[in-house]
Structures are given as C-alpha cells and as structure tokens.
Design a protein. Structure first.
Length: 87
C-alpha cells in the first residue's frame, strides 16, 4: 500500500476541499474512529482530527464530527493510550 492510498479529500463547511492523511483507525465502545492529519501547511497547526466512521445504507463510508463532549474525551483518551502503548 502506498502513502497515496491513505490520502482522503474532504469538503469543509465552506465548500473548500482539503486533503488529509489517514494515520489510524481504532474502535471504542462498538464505534470505529479515524485519525486524520491535514496535508495543507496552513492546517498543520490544528493537529490531528478524530472523526467517527459510519456507513450509509448503501455501504458508503461517512466520516462524522464527534459532537458529544463525553464521547470525544473518551475517544481522545483511547487514542492517547494507543499512542503511548506504541511509543
């Protein structure tokens, strides 16, 4: 698998297309999450984005912002634990 296989283009709320590198996926409490890093230099300061992975009825993958604060904190803690384990 090449690095290009891990590049995802997303459209932001302003209709601007942004490229991200998919760094990892992991599960927490029966949900799957994706960790994305922006490829644009202007967005690199924002750091990683963690989005919930869901599937539409036709099987198409959809990335969803995590709006629930408790869910987000749990997911970030799980990701940090994974990173600590790897390092």
């Amino acid at each position: 698998m090449s690095k290009d296989d891990n590049i995802i283009s997303l459209i932001d709320e302003n209709g601007k297309e942004q490229d991200f590198e998919l760094m990892a996926t992991f599960e927490v409490e029966d949900f799957e999450y994706a960790v994305l890093f922006p490829l644009s230099e202007e967005d690199e300061e924002e750091g990683a984005y963690i989005l919930r992975i869901e599937y539409e009825e036709d099987g198409q993958l959809v990335l969803i912002n995590i709006e629930d604060e408790e869910e987000f904190e749990n997911v970030v803690a799980a990701y940090e634990a994974i990173v600590d384990e790897i390092l």
